[in-house]
Design a protein around this ligand. Structure first.
Ligand code: ZN
Length: 238
């Protein structure tokens, strides 16, 4: 069964003073039988120097296992086309990372342009914000493929995210750092087709996160969709 990790951080983090090296990602992938890895820069690095997006591309060019995502800068520049990115990461836009959303970003006229352009580019975007921000954002688009990381855990109560977006076919969720029980409630409600396996290295490990998915009381065919096929479908590989 093919396994793709849909959520890892690569490179240096200025706030944490650490670095996730390619070697470390490959080591964990080797240990867990993961064949491809989505990588994107840490927020602190991308905000200090947008050039790190190019470094992510260069690294993915060097290491074919890597699937590069674009860190969306505070200027709300959409994912550049024709540059080999497979998705984007939107992270607490102009807010306080992992803590509070900046609702003024929702009023910025650039947001409409960003959404319209991103719909055309048709690549998935991981959007991490508070629940109310995410809800307001998702109201603005029916077709942009949005991935809510951690089943929404860092932006509020996952059950609020599930209730609000269960009927929205363009909204996906990743498994990183969630509990197995919460994950099962999502699968019972929306099925396995909108759930993606992710480790969130360095905040989680591939081994632990993978074991969580493998131990779910569902069939292997469904696990395979969560572990790789849903992501492949999102980025146009199947
Ligand atoms: Zn993350």
């Amino acid at each position: 069964m093919e396994i793709i990790d849909s959520h890892t951080h690569w490179g240096p983090s200025l706030t944490m003073g650490t670095e996730v090296t390619s070697e470390e990602l490959l080591r964990q992938a080797g240990e867990s039988g993961v064949s491809r890895i989505v990588i994107f820069p840490f927020p602190s690095m991308a905000l200090a120097d947008e050039g790190v997006n190019q470094k992510v591309l260069d690294e993915a060019d060097r290491i074919k296992k890597f699937i590069p995502y674009y860190y969306i800068p505070e200027t709300m520049k959409p994912i550049p086309e024709g540059r080999e990115f497979y998705g984007g990461k939107w992270h607490w836009m102009r807010g306080i990372q992992d803590s509070s959303s900046n609702y003024k970003a929702l009023e910025d006229p650039k947001l409409h342009e960003f959404i319209t352009e991103s719909e055309k580019i048709n690549l998935p975007i991981i959007i991490e914000e508070e629940f109310a921000f995410t809800e307001a954002f998702i109201k603005k688009t029916k077709i942009l493929k949005i991935i809510v990381p951690h089943l929404g855990m860092l932006g509020g109560n996952p059950m609020d995210f599930l209730a609000a977006f269960k009927g929205r076919e363009n909204v996906f969720f990743d498994t990183a750092l969630s509990s197995g029980d919460t994950l099962m409630r999502f699968i019972e409600k929306i099925g396995h087709e909108r759930i993606l396996f992710g480790s969130d290295i360095p905040f989680g490990t591939m081994k632990w996160e993978l074991e969580k998915v493998l131990s779910l009381p569902i069939g292997d065919d469904k696990k395979e969709w969560i572990l790789s096929k849903n992501l492949k479908r999102l980025i146009g590989w199947i």
